[in-house]
Design a protein around this ligand. Structure first.
Ligand code: LLP
Length: 414
């Protein structure tokens, strides 16, 4: 939990100023207890569902220690690449709780997942379905599959993270899905056991989820008439979190209420793929002030983290609350907080009120636990930031800062 103790920001009672001193900045810091709490909230919210698998969406934050924490809590996982599967193998994740999504699964990804024995593939096209059948036949396996349906529903979030609209590359049009299920029934090496939809991310309204589930329910019933018995409905991820003090956040309990009643009526299992809502508010990015400047009357605070460390503000114009680790309410000045990257869009926060910043002062970028470090890059040949986990009252390094030698390692000088 983030709180001010003696006017200094602490995470789970550990001073973030001290963390910055010890590990340097930029630096990601996560709270294990907060992650655990979020997962337990999910579990409790869906406890009335007879068979529910909460499959954490690895892409949101794939640090192995975070995955280990979820595994210990009994979570399953939603993956989208071989790299993510390899992470799960390292922690011996239960294959029967892994689902694989994504539009471009490669042969290698399909074969490796089949060998590991995952619960099912969320198939996104007929082409992919036939390829999975072929590959499964090659190694004498039957692949459990679910079709990812594109329900054409507007989740009312940023267009870049809306995935269930007609215009998007994701999923299979609802009216085609029935035909493709029929095809799958005649393929020897695939076994249709699920229906899936994932309509987008950072969704703050229940209605789109409810509408999507209605579409899946219709399909479920049609499939039953064809004796295709679906064991799981996978409603994807997408539940939003509080970034700004003004955001009104749907509670997991209210979210669950609407879903559980429908699922229990259908007598099937439920798969959830939450990412952001499990880790987003459990992490921060620490950065230090480098310089202050004024251009034509506008004040800029230049910090050592940039769009290479946290892409969300530049890519989606996303808001992340930024505060000085040791703040004072008086003499605040309004700054645009910008990073070191040579791009005008390298802005981390606009019109942020900061009191008397000085070189080396640490700033806390809030709600950076999801889609933060995982989306960082080496742009401008900048090394990736380290990751620290606050566990048991201690700040533990869980990923070292990348070195410039590591960045240069794979380059071949001709
Ligand atoms: N399932 C599938 C198939 C997904 O594609 C995603 C996220 C999730 C589950 C988890 O969604 P969540 O519960 O985290 O909303 N980079 C963007 C978010 C992209 C989400 C991609 N897919 C951001 O920073 O806002």
């Amino acid at each position: 939990m983030l709180e001010r103790i003696n006017n200094k920001v602490h995470l789970d009672k550990v001073s973030l100023e001290e963390v910055a001193k010890k590990f340097g900045t930029p630096c990601y810091v996560y709270s294990k207890s907060s992650i655990v709490r979020e997962f337990i909230d999910y579990k409790e919210a869906f406890s009335e569902c007879t068979d529910v698998k909460i499959c954490y969406s690895v892409k949101a934050n794939s640090n192995i220690n975070i995955l280990k924490t979820f595994k210990e809590l009994g979570a399953g996982f939603d993956i989208v690449s071989l790299g993510e599967l390899e992470r799960l193998k390292l922690i011996n994740a239960d294959p029967k709780k892994i689902v694989f999504s994504g539009v471009a699964k490669s042969d290698e990804e399909i074969l490796e997942s089949l060998k590991y024995g995952i619960l099912f593939f969320n198939v996104e096209s007929q082409d992919e379905l036939e390829n999975i059948n072929l590959l499964a036949a090659k190694i004498n396996k039957v692949a459990n599959i679910s079709l990812r349906v594109n329900p054409d529903i507007d989740p009312k979030t940023h267009p870049y993270i809306s995935t269930g609209l007609k215009s998007s590359k994701f999923g299979i049009a609802v009216d085609q899905a029935l035909e493709i299920y029929k095809v799958s029934k005649n393929l020897k090496n695939v076994n249709p056991i699920g229906i899936d939809a994932h309509i987008g991310s950072q969704i703050l309204d229940f209605q789109p989820f409810s509408d999507s589930l209605d579409r899946l329910e219709e399909l479920f019933n049609k499939l039953r008439e064809l004796s295709i018995n679906i064991e799981y409905i996978d409603i994807g991820g997408g539940l939003g979190i509080k970034y700004s003090d003004d955001d009104i956040i749907p509670s997991k309990k209210d979210f669950a209420k609407r879903i559980v009643t429908k699922i229990n009526k259908l007598k099937c299992g439920l798969v959830l793929e939450p990412g952001r809502s499990l880790v987003g508010n459990s992490g921060v990015l620490l950065t230090s002030v480098v310089y202050e400047k004024n251009n034509y009357g506008k004040d800029f605070l230049i910090v050592d983290a940039g769009m290479n460390d946290i892409l969300r503000p530049s890519l989606y114009d996303a808001y992340h609350k930024i505060e000085k680790v040791s703040d004072c309410t008086e003499n605040k000045k309004t700054f645009d907080i910008v990073g070191p990257i040579c791009e005008t869009g390298d802005v981390l926060g606009r019109d942020v009120q900061i009191n008397n910043p000085k070189k080396g002062d640490v700033l806390v970028i809030n709600s950076a636990g999801a889609y933060g470090h995982v989306m960082s890059s080496n742009y401008n040949s900048k090394p990736k930031a380290p990751e620290v986990l606050i566990d048991d009252g201690k700040a533990k390094l869980i990923k070292k800062r990348e070195t410039i030698t590591q960045i240069l390692e794979n380059e071949i000088i001709l």
